[in-house]
Every structure is written in structure tokens, then in C-alpha cells.
Design a binder for this molecule. Structure first.
Ligand SMILES: Nc1ncnc2c1ncn2[C@@H]1O[C@H](COP(=O)(O)OP(=O)(O)O)[C@@H](O)[C@H]1O
Ligand SMILES: [Mg+2]
Length: 291
């Protein structure tokens, strides 16, 4: 059996290489041929008859560690199973799509307002949206770009001046506004769910920033979260029909979980350092079991 491990052709760092190395070892252990591929070297095209083609023979499955939804869909069109499925990658790539997909399913979330679509050649000339927003949320308010990672597109605004400033900056960028969950300031819970089962946990704490991300100085701690956290994370995986997820949960006032965001290709160097479970091996075993 052969599996491609696909990463972006335009980005790598320690975290990506750690994941690649972990899977390489897991593949060797399971006696599966590991072929590392970059997204820009697959030679994907549509033929004159409209068939999806690739430059080389397709593998038995693809372990996809990129966010290129088009590429993932094209691989699926060739009848090859992609992990995660393109539909899951597509939903998780946008915090807006994720929130909508998880809504009306009895899952606790911070109160959230989506920015309406503003065409790129239009400006906002009145305060209609802002007035409505401030009916729902009071300061401080969390602002998130729909697409972003490592906490770097997540902001906290404390007053109307800051709100207007960020709204102007993000007017043509999909984004949302969210209640600031002060009981979770600088702290969250990350749970890795594989095949609908929670397998690894960490609590992240950051003394210097409201965002708990390790990339912003958060530290990973071993944690066995209350069962409500595990139940919510597993329910998210069920709803999205995901093979692998990193679910971020916040703590509400009573210490119960609120869904913060969901990652379809969560890097696992941090969580692996505080977890006994071999994440790459468990994921690969899951893949083999569903093929
Ligand atoms: N509504 C919120 N209230 C309080 N803290 C939040 C809220 N949303 C996010 N955070 C903090 O910011 C961090 C980054 O936000 P998140 O939505 O996970 O974006 P990213 O994809 O950049 O990790 C979270 O891990 C959490 O610590
Ligand atoms: Mg996050």
C-alpha cells in the first residue's frame, strides 16, 4: 500500500516537519510506503475531455496536510480517499463556515456575530451594522478573521474607536465578532479527535496574552479535561464527519466547554510532548481501518 503525505509547496516550518517525520515513522511501522508530496508538484490538470488528471499514478490514499481544497477535491475525483475529506477541510478552513456548520446542534459556543459581505468595490457609509452588533455584544469584543491560524488573526477590541478601526481594516475580509470569554482568558483546551474518539488532550496557558496559542507564548500542560469537554469535541467530529480534528475549547464561567474553533490539520508537536498517545500511529491505524 502507498500513501501520499501532501503539504503546501509554499510553506513549511518545524511543526510541519515534525508531523511529516512522525507519519514517516508510523508508515514504516505499518509497512505502508510513505511518499512525501508538495502541493505544487502534483501536476494536476483537467484534460480536454474534462477529466481530472495527475502527472503520476495515484496512491491508495492521501494524508492531506494542506488547506488547498481544490486539490483535495481533484484527488477525490480520481477515486482516492483523502484524509481529512475535502468537505471537512473546507468547513474548518473558515471559522465562519465552522460556526455555521456546528450551529443549531445544541453545542455551546461564545455569542457570535458574522460580518455581512461587503463587495470589494463598496464601503460602509453608515453605522447600521455596528449598532446591531453592539446590541448583541459589549466590550471587550473578540474579532476573528475567518481564515487564520496560530492566533495571529484574532484580536481583542476594548472600545468603539478600536472597533471602528479594525472594522475598517477588515471590511472586505470575511470575519466575525465574538463575546470575550473572560473566564478563559489566556487559557484553552485542545483535544485531538481521531475517528470520532478523543485521543490526546492538553491545556494551554499564556500569562502574557488572552490567546493561548503556543506560537504566541502559550505553554502546553498535560490535562485530563472534564467529560463534558471530551463529549463536545467528539460531537464536533461526528457532526463534521471528520477523521482527524484538533478542537479548541474555552472554559465558560462554570468551567464547562464552549467551542472556540476546529482545525482539520492541527499540528501536534505541542500536544504530543504532553501526551502518551502516539498521534501519528493512531491516525494511520484509523486510516487503514476505513480504507
Ligand atoms: N471568544 C473568545 N474569548 C476568549 N478567548 C478567545 C476567544 N476566542 C479565541 N480566544 C483565544 O484566542 C486563541 C486563538 O483563537 P482561535 O479561534 O483558536 O484562532 P486560531 O485559529 O488563530 O488558533 C484561542 O486559543 C483562545 O485562547
Ligand atoms: Mg486555535
Amino acid at each position: 500500500m502507498t500513501g501520499w503525505f501532501v503539504t503546501s509547496g509554499y510553506f513549511t516550518n518545524d511543526s510541519v516537519e515534525y508531523v511529516a517525520e512522525s507519519f514517516k515513522k508510523a508508515f514504516e511501522k505499518e509497512k505502508i510506503r510513505f511518499v512525501r508530496k508538495k502541493s505544487n508538484e502534483l501536476g494536476c490538470f483537467l484534460s480536454e475531455s474534462g477529466e481530472v488528471c495527475f502527472d503520476e499514478p495515484m496512491p491508495d490514499f492521501v494524508l492531506f496536510w494542506d488547506k488547498d481544497v481544490t486539490l483535495a477535491k481533484c484527488i477525490e475525483k480520481c477515486g482516492v480517499r483523502v484524509f481529512n475529506k475535502s468537505s471537512v477541510i473546507e468547513i474548518c478552513d473558515s471559522k465562519i463556515n465552522t460556526a455555521v456548520a456546528l450551529s443549531n446542534r445544541n453545542l455551546p459556543m461564545p455569542k457570535t456575530v458574522f460580518s455581512p459581505l461587503v463587495f470589494s468595490n463598496r464601503d460602509e457609509t453608515d453605522d447600521v451594522f455596528l449598532k446591531g452588533l453592539l446590541k448583541q455584544l459589549s466590550f471587550p469584543i473578540v474579532v476573528k478573521e475567518a481564515c487564520g491560524s496560530f492566533g495571529s488573526q484574532v484580536y481583542l477590541v476594548k472600545n468603539i474607536e478600536q472597533l471602528k478601526e479594525i472594522r475598517k481594516k477588515l471590511l472586505h475580509v470575511p470575519h466575525l465578532y465574538q463575546e470575550f470569554v473572560s473566564s478563559s482568558e489566556g487559557r484553552d483546551e485542545r483535544i485531538i479527535v481521531i475517528g470520532k474518539k478523543a485521543v490526546a488532550f492538553m491545556q494551554r496557558k499564556n500569562d502574557k496574552d488572552f490567546r493561548a496559542n503556543i506560537e504566541l507564548g502559550g505553554k502546553a500542560y498535560f490535562d485530563v479535561p472534564p467529560c463534558e469537554f471530551v463529549q463536545v469535541a467528539q460531537k464536533v467530529a461526528e457532526i463534521l464527519d471528520a477523521d482527524y480534528l484538533g478542537v479548541d475549547l474555552l472554559y465558560d464561567k462554570s468551567g464547562l466547554p464552549l467551542v472556540c474553533e476546529v482545525n482539520s490539520n492541527a499540528y501536534f508537536k505541542g500536544i504530543q510532548s504532553v501526551s502518551d498517545a502516539d498521534i501519528a500511529e493512531i491516525y494511520l491505524k484509523h486510516i487503514v481501518s476505513v480504507l
